[in-house]
Design a protein around this ligand. Structure first.
Ligand code: ADP
Length: 397
């Protein structure tokens, strides 16, 4: 069985084609800058063949068609007919209160996912477009939506509720939905394996640090709290998202700082975070280079980020009453030893220490626990795609 996993963003589309007999990736790639004149599509096969396509991609439909063509390309293809694709699995960020589990996709489900865009403005609209375009290109192939929010339905009420009037929260479904659940699920499984036991009886804190960042407290394999909230804007500051701020700042900046109500979502999602503070970039590689050259605001943004992540780690150490493991994952968590060191520094009293040498690891699984640490500290590259492929296979069979 072959399953195509699609992760559609507002101007990007990432994909992986899995052979589920062996759970191996046959080919993968990404389309970037969809809708822009300099759009491109990079495709790679598991045996090392590569190609970059630069034909125009004004919409996601051209991107989907380019992906399907690349899978059958004479030089870099891995299948000879589109009939070989048995199903498509879509990553979806927000499932709201409607989708508590993965689901088969039809027109109605696609519309519902799109309607949830209010609670994931950067993501859900793009997911729905991706689904429609895939259906247009492959009308007979079943599709499954796998939601980032599903994993967090186990968070108890005391942690998932906001202190708004109770009736309002319930009537309007205002609660902590969280995100990165598919990543968390993968990390839980791998962490338990690395600890040499099952998820039952373990306490894990996952720091998923990427363009979007979240910290999650996991007990017995189940999410019990997470830093992202009603939308993926809550919690720690991110690349361009402000994270949790005093809610009174919102009316204040509308009144005094020239931010229009209609632009508010774009403002808090795209103009803030480490980029807003530093004025340099949302990319941690750029920030570190700038800080190295003496840019004080880049250094401040990095310090703020590490401080905020540390606060969540401390909070979850308290609410879980200790942890067996702290795990770093995603773009920053997997690659950026500097951030990991800054987050883990000064936690000796909580029994947490890392090994500075082992912490130099980049992009691969590692145990970076210090010699005196009571809590294990791991770097584990996440693999949302394999989880989506497995879930897709489960639902169609
Ligand atoms: P997304 O949330 O879009 O899936 P990723 O998990 O891919 O994001 O993370 C992307 C971010 O990871 C980049 O913006 C960059 O800040 C960071 N990153 C990637 N590689 C490195 C690296 N080698 N060093 C530091 N940061 C990195």
């Amino acid at each position: 069985m072959k399953i195509l996993v699609i992760n559609c963003g507002s101007s990007s589309l990432k994909y992986q084609l899995f052979d589920m007999e062996t759970e191996t990736v046959m080919a993968k790639g990404n389309c970037e800058k969809i809708g822009f004149p300099d759009a491109f599509h990079k495709h790679k096969t598991s045996d090392g063949r590569q190609k970059v396509y630069d034909s125009p991609m004004p919409t996601h439909l051209e991107a989907v068609n380019s992906v399907l063509a690349s899978l059958m390309d004479k030089e870099v293809g891995v299948i000879s007919s589109l009939d070989e694709i048995d199903a498509i699995g879509h990553r979806v960020v927000q499932g709201g209160s409607i989708f508590k589990e993965s689901t088969l996709v039809d027109a109605e489900v696609t519309d519902q996912i799109e309607a949830l865009a209010e609670m994931a403005p950067l993501h859900n609209k793009a997911h729905a477009i991706g689904m429609r375009m895939c259906h247009e290109a492959l009308p007979n192939v079943p599709m499954v939506a796998v939601f980032d929010t599903t994993f967090h339905w186990t968070i108890p009420e005391k942690a998932n509720m906001y202190a708004l009037p109770y009736e309002m929260s319930k009537k309007y479904n205002i609660r902590r939905f969280g995100a990165h659940g598919t990543s968390n699920k993968y990390i839980v499984q791998r962490t338990a394996e690395m600890l040499g036991k099952g998820p039952e009886g373990t306490k894990i804190i996952v720091c998923h640090l990427g363009n979007g960042s979240s910290i999650t407290a996991i007990k017995d394999g189940k999410s019990v709290d997470t830093s992202m909230g009603f939308t993926p804007l809550d919690g720690v500051m991110m690349g361009t998202r402000c994270g949790a701020i005093d809610p009174a700042i919102i009316p204040y900046i509308i009144k005094h700082c020239g931010v229009e109500v209609d632009d508010l979502n774009d403002f808090v999602n795209e103009k803030c975070g480490v980029e807003g503070v530093s004025g340099v970039s949302s990319d941690f590689r750029d920030l570190e280079a700038a800080a190295e050259e003496g840019n004080e605001r880049a250094k401040l943004a990095l310090d703020m980020f590490a401080y905020q992540v540390k606060k969540y780690v401390g909070a979850y150490m308290a609410t879980l009453n200790g942890a067996d493991a702290i795990v770093f994952t995603a773009g920053i968590g997997e690659n950026d030893g500097e951030v990991r060191r800054n987050v883990m520094e000064g936690l000796g009293n909580l029994g947490i220490e890392i090994d500075i040498e082992k912490n130099k690891v980049r992009g691969k699984e590692a145990d970076i626990t210090g010699p005196n640490s009571k809590v294990k500290v791991f770097v584990i590259p996440t693999n949302e795609e394999i989880m989506i492929a497995r879930e897709t296979m489960r639902l169609i069979s």
